[in-house]
Ligand binder design. Structure first.
Ligand SMILES: *[C@@H]1O[C@H](CO)[C@@H](O)[C@H](O)[C@H]1NC(C)=O
Ligand SMILES: *[C@@H]1O[C@H](CO)[C@@H](O)[C@H](O)[C@H]1NC(C)=O
Ligand SMILES: *[C@@H]1O[C@H](CO)[C@@H](O)[C@H](O)[C@H]1NC(C)=O
Ligand SMILES: *[C@@H]1O[C@H](CO)[C@@H](O)[C@H](O)[C@H]1NC(C)=O
Ligand SMILES: *[C@@H]1O[C@H](CO)[C@@H](O)[C@H](O)[C@H]1NC(C)=O
Ligand SMILES: *[C@@H]1O[C@H](CO)[C@@H](O)[C@H](O)[C@H]1NC(C)=O
Ligand SMILES: *[C@@H]1O[C@H](CO)[C@@H](O)[C@H](O)[C@H]1NC(C)=O
Ligand SMILES: *[C@@H]1O[C@H](CO)[C@@H](O)[C@H](O)[C@H]1NC(C)=O
Ligand SMILES: *[C@@H]1O[C@H](CO)[C@@H](O)[C@H](O)[C@H]1NC(C)=O
Length: 535
């Protein structure tokens, strides 16, 4: 088809997607020209952020229902007119949203501008960032149809629809199809690999919200700890504890650059209780670090724990922002944020995750009061969550069909993630390794020191998407990936991230620690040259 006629094809009659089990309700089509958008750094997740200028695309929104489900789902796909690169890229959602929200649209725009047909779905949830609007059909009754649409089914529909639109518009199906998402979007990516192994050739799944039934409750744990102690530490105390941990452990990887790679080693050596009574700056005044603050930090790093001391899910790393006061967490949510505006600190719900999951899905009661539950009750709710929702946990380690289909996955997880523990992704990676042979042949996990939740922080792994593509299309597996960031002196630092369980090792005779060439990937069991001053 000649390029000139592509825009002419941007009309409803061009498209007629068919999805088994779905009834197409409408196809809305419009030609968009001179489209411009600035995409902030990091928000393409695993690719560089372009400045979208004067773009021209065919905007196709397919609305459909699964007859009997009473749902109404929109898949929106942007088909570039002038520069299609032959590929499809679908963008994931975030938080409680499946897609078609601000972050997905940034991704869709960036992908379209760089040549991909780009797609996003709302899974039938509309634009709601609060599941209160759809979770229950009535008090006591979960909307299982929408929960299924959200957690799995709409994802495969989206792949089928988007591929069909591409074929109708350009006259051939995409030569390769990719998923790109983080957090909810990372979970969606791994759900696709688990349940719909033929949907995508390559999946980029960052900080995935997998083990959903645990992850949700675990995010409530710091709030719960504060409520049971009835003590709500000032954020400046928690920030001081985090800063002390980062400063003590920064050099463990051989280079003092403001980020901590060896987070587990740091946890073994750093005791937040040693800081109790230390005087710190706290806005316009000074304060002392309280025992309660040390307890909240310690508990957040440990993760949900029963009253008999059994640790039931891993916690965040010691370099995670607990309060979202750090610049890297701008616009994000953190697990232990308190409000001290009136002098006395209080807590609302630091995140929209744990307590919403508890009330709407586990208790199934929008009025369920999570603020005074006991530890034993919380553990019982965790068990109920696991037992009732295993089908949406997104923790199936059997990716053999995906591997057989030739699919490849790159995952990344910030070692300063403020919401989802990196240990969760390690656990999944290990489970897949124990289930499918030679996992590194199709699935690699890159832990990224200094990075917060998905984006923000020091060192966005923005080469990974290109490397995923090279892996899928040319068989070149990513053995490492470069990251760069500016340290507190404004000097640009380069290092590499490695496929877990390998770690980046610094060659101290290399000279300039800011150069990527001074780093190599080594087995993490190998003895690393580390500076242990102060430990
Ligand atoms: C595109 O939009 C920009 C800014 O909105 C405007 O300055 C420019 O003239 C437009 N270009 C065309 C070809 O319409
Ligand atoms: C694309 O189409 C959808 C559905 O009609 C609409 O909501 C959206 O605003 C359009 N996007 C652009 C950039 O025109
Ligand atoms: C510090 O004092 C300034 C000036 O009085 C005020 O505007 C600011 O809000 C105060 N900051 C904090 C954290 O209390
Ligand atoms: C701090 O966490 C560690 C590791 O989980 C745990 O063993 C210890 O009991 C905790 N300390 C306090 C005082 O809670
Ligand atoms: C602080 O005080 C104001 C005015 O009394 C009140 O509206 C607000 O809710 C209080 N905030 C908190 C967190 O208690
Ligand atoms: C929840 O329970 C606590 C403790 O009993 C109480 O202080 C609070 O007002 C309750 N919240 C709601 C929304 O009912
Ligand atoms: C929490 O508060 C609710 C009502 O506010 C009450 O029914 C419930 O018994 C309380 N639970 C505990 C453990 O105190
Ligand atoms: C580092 O600082 C330079 C100069 O200020 C700036 O151009 C660059 O974008 C910064 N790099 C990163 C990764 O923030
Ligand atoms: C470390 O760097 C030195 C100097 O550049 C080089 O000779 C040596 O081979 C490197 N060692 C390793 C293990 O890469």
């Amino acid at each position: 088809m000649a390029l000139a006629s592509l825009a002419d094809g941007c009309v409803p009659s061009t498209f007629s997607p068919v999805v088994f089990g779905a009834e197409i309700l409408s196809v809305s089509v419009s030609l968009v020209t001179n489209y411009s958008l600035d995409i902030p750094d990091g928000l393409m997740l695993t690719a560089p952020s372009p400045k979208v200028r004067d773009a021209k695309f065919c905007n196709v929104t397919v609305t459909y229902t699964h007859p009997g489900y009473g749902d109404n789902i929109n898949v929106e796909t942007w088909l570039p007119i002038d520069n299609w690169n032959g590929r499809l890229q679908s963008l994931g959602g975030g938080g409680w949203v499946a897609g078609r929200f601000e972050l997905s649209y940034l991704g869709v725009a960036g992908a379209m501008f760089t040549g991909y047909a780009a797609s996003t779905t709302d899974a039938g949830l509309g634009y709601a960032s609060d599941p209160d609007l759809w979770a229950l059909t009535s008090p006591g009754n979960v909307n299982w149809y929408l929960l299924e649409d959200f957690t799995s089914r709409s994802l495969n529909d989206q792949a089928i629809i988007a591929k069909s639109l591409v074929e109708s518009f350009y006259g051939r199906p995409p030569s390769y199809s990719y998923w790109n998402g983080c957090s909810q979007g990372g979970r969606q990516g791994l759900m696709l690999a688990q349940r719909y192994p033929n949907a995508y050739n390559g999946i980029s799944a960052g900080a995935p919200g997998i083990y959903w039934t645990n992850t949700m409750l675990n995010s409530f744990w710091p709030e719960h700890v504060m409520r049971t102690m009835k003590e709500y530490p000032n954020g400046c105390e928690l920030d001081a504890i985090t800063a002390a941990a980062v400063s003590k452990c920064d050099g463990l990887d051989g280079v003092v650059d403001g980020i901590v790679q060896n987070v587990d080693e740091c946890r073994e050596h750093f005791n937040p209780f040693d800081l109790v009574d230390t005087t710190i700056d706290c806005g316009n005044t000074t304060a002392k670090i309280t025992t309660a603050a040390a307890q909240v930090a310690n508990a957040t790093w440990t993760g949900i724990t029963s009253s008999t001391g059994e640790n039931l899910w891993p916690g965040l790393t010691i370099s995670a922002d607990l309060t979202c006061h750090l610049p890297r967490s701008a616009g994000q949510v953190c697990l232990a944020t308190t409000d001290c505006t009136n002098g006395t600190c209080t807590v609302d719900h630091p995140t929209p995750f744990g307590w919403r999951w508890l009330s709407l899905f586990v208790a199934k009661d929008p009025n369920f009061n999570s603020s005074n539950i006991t530890n034993d009750e919380l553990v019982a709710l965790l068990k109920a969550s696991r037992s009732q929702y295993s089908s949406i946990d997104t923790s199936d380690p059997d990716l053999s069909e995906f591997k057989k289909a030739g699919g490849k996955i790159v995952s990344y997880h910030g070692l300063a993630d403020n919401i989802i523990p990196p240990k969760s992704t390690e656990k999944y990676y290990e489970a897949v390794s124990n289930t499918v042979e030679n996992v590194e042949d199709f699935f690699r996990l890159f832990e990224t020191p200094g990075l917060g939740h998905c984006f923000g922080g020091l060192g966005q792994p923005d080469s990974l998407f290109g490397q995923l593509q090279a892996w899928v299309e040319e068989g070149i597996a990513p053995d490492s990936s470069p990251i760069s960031f500016n340290n507190s002196n404004g000097e640009t630092q380069h290092r590499i991230i490695c496929p877990w369980p390998q770690k980046a090792q610094y060659n101290s005779s290399c000279g300039n620690s800011a150069k990527a060439e001074c780093w190599s990937c080594v087995e993490s069991s190998a003895k690393t040259e580390v500076r242990r001053e102060g430990l």
